[in-house]
Design a protein around this ligand. Structure first.
Ligand SMILES: [Zn+2]
Length: 523
């Protein structure tokens, strides 16, 4: 949230609110002159009537402001009531080259057919009506908006999720629909129903006192509450819900509190891995760090920001110094899958304006160069492996999606031929109903890439996820997704549900990168 956003002295507000005396004074003054001309007693009712009318007019103007700018009013109150957010020191470092950005334009393009949306809405969900298939809401722009998307602030990656109106606009613009938004809401309901009394979530979701085994497919990572909590938080945060705003403030607050309390400071940053039982350690650190960074970026909460800085520090210090990658434990030569989560975490830290050594990105880039084949159009899991198969030196669709997303964040743009080749490759693979991990990453790549490739991908991906979610009539299981991933056993139903929700939040979770193609981030 930029200072422009939370500044209550906005030119949109003040003239209207401040117009109250301007309107009232001349009206009363005229009435006083009228009174002096010998009709004082007869005109008293008229005075009252005019006074009432003026007050009604002023109230009407105020109501209009509240109706048209609910987020603005919320921000004003947040600023007034929350000294932390008002005084939190934010780095002055500019993250975007705004001159370049101002030259950008979105091509407005609606990506869904109304028939598809209404058919899915009729087929699938219960009473949730999010009404996103209506016309794009009119959102008034101001000078700090990203060109083409009113309501999204320049340099504020997460700002699109924070306003219901902007979210609706982005769902419409980038290819979501009522059914996809209903699926997100149902997924969050399932997550809410499985949050434990201490604020955490567990991959053993069936142990929840209300669930009592009604929901199958517990994950095998039984002692990994930070990982489960980080994932659940990402699903809520991806929809713009924080502990300070949105529909799940209580859930997010308890989750964030649990995560921060669970972190261990041991001289190498904030360790959020908890007690690892298999190879999940750095995965957990990565996704928990993303959750803290996103929350810090969205709320400017200094306590969360401090934890996020510690978590980023841990990642930076866990990177293998020569290899440039990360693996299951600290300082191991990397694999592309674990590297993907750490690069996403560093990117989130960057968006949250946290300070860390830029060399971490450079080192990760050198790892990715070695993990890439065909000049970086496709990626292997474990560079340098003697194994020729999928676990080694053979490129796979999943590792290609992870690798390409990382390269996009590191500066590859639309003009890069290898990126174009990689996207064309993913376009031929198509969403895989049995590999959600692949889908999650590939959806982000295709979303950022845009165009016909994204349209083709999204129509299949969106509807596939909506169709495979348990409907609310399935009782406690309603709103969740079954395991549909060869490596989904560790995280089970909770992991699948979080990844599915996050995939369906793609329309507003991140701004499509090439809407601002000329923006170069210098590391
Ligand atoms: Zn359950």
């Amino acid at each position: 949230m930029s200072t422009e956003q939370i500044d209550p002295v906005s030119p949109e507000v003040v003239p209207k609110v401040g117009s109250r005396p301007t309107v009232r004074v001349p009206a009363v003054s005229a009435l006083q002159r009228f009174d002096r001309n010998q009709h004082r007693s007869k005109t008293l009712p008229a005075v009252l009537f005019v006074s009432l009318a003026v007050h009604a007019l002023v109230l009407g103007v105020c109501a209009l402001i509240v109706f048209k700018h609910p987020q603005l009013i919320e921000e004003i109150f947040t600023t007034v009531t929350d000294p932390e957010s008002a005084s939190d020191p934010i780095s002055e470092q500019s993250m975007l080259q705004t001159d370049d950005l101002n030259q950008q334009q979105f091509s407005p393009e609606s990506m869904i057919s109304n028939e598809t949306a209404s058919q899915l809405q009729a087929d699938i969900k219960g009473p949730i009506d999010l009404n996103v298939s209506d016309s794009i809401p009119q959102i008034e722009s101001d000078s700090s908006d990203l060109p083409g998307i009113a309501g999204i602030k320049i340099g504020e990656e997460t700002s699109g999720r924070m306003s219901a109106n902007v979210k609706r606009s982005m769902v419409q613009k980038f290819g979501g629909n009522s059914a996809s938004e209903a699926a997100v809401a149902s997924g969050m309901k399932w997550l809410t129903n499985h949050q434990l009394p201490n604020g955490s979530w567990s991959f053993e979701h069936s142990k929840h006192v209300d669930c009592k085994g009604q929901c199958s497919q517990d994950g095998s990572f039984k002692s990994c509450p930070t990982g489960a909590t980080g994932l659940a938080l990402l699903a809520f945060l991806g929809g713009g819900h924080t502990h300070k705003s949105g529909d799940y403030q209580r859930e997010v607050k308890r989750g964030i509190d649990f995560l921060i309390k669970s972190g261990k400071s041991a001289g190498v940053g904030l360790d959020l891995r908890g007690k690892t039982v298999a190879n999940e350690g750095m995965y957990v650190q990565g996704l928990c760090t993303i959750a803290l960074c996103e929350c810090a970026a969205m709320t400017k909460d200094s306590r969360v920001k401090k934890a996020a800085e510690g978590a980023i520090d841990f990642i930076v210090q866990a990177q293998h110094p020569e290899d440039g990658g990360w693996r299951y434990d600290r300082l191991q030569p990397g694999d592309t899958s674990v590297v993907g989560w750490q690069v996403m975490a560093l990117k989130s830290g960057y968006d949250a304006k946290l300070k860390f050594a830029p060399q971490a990105f450079k080192n990760a880039e050198s790892f990715l160069k070695r993990a890439g084949v065909d000049g970086g159009a496709r990626y292997v899991y474990f560079p340098g492996s003697a194994e020729p198969g999928e676990g080694g030196a053979l490129p796979t669709p999943t590792m290609t999606a992870v690798g390409l997303l990382c390269r996009m964040y590191m500066g590859w743009d639309h003009k890069n031929k290898k990126l174009a080749e990689g996207v064309a490759y993913l376009d031929t693979v198509k969403p895989d109903p049995n590999n959600l991990y692949f889908n999650y990453y590939a959806t982000q790549v295709m979303h950022h890439w845009g165009g016909e490739e994204w349209k083709r991908w999204n129509e299949v991906m969106r509807d596939q996820l909506v169709r495979t979610q348990h409907p609310l009539k399935d009782g406690h299981m309603g709103g969740s997704w079954d395991i549909a991933d060869p490596h989904g056993g560790g995280g089970g139903r909770l992991y699948m549900t979080c990844l599915s929700v996050m995939t369906l939040e793609v329309y507003y979770r991140h701004l499509p990168m090439y809407s601002r193609e000329n923006i170069k981030v210098e590391f």
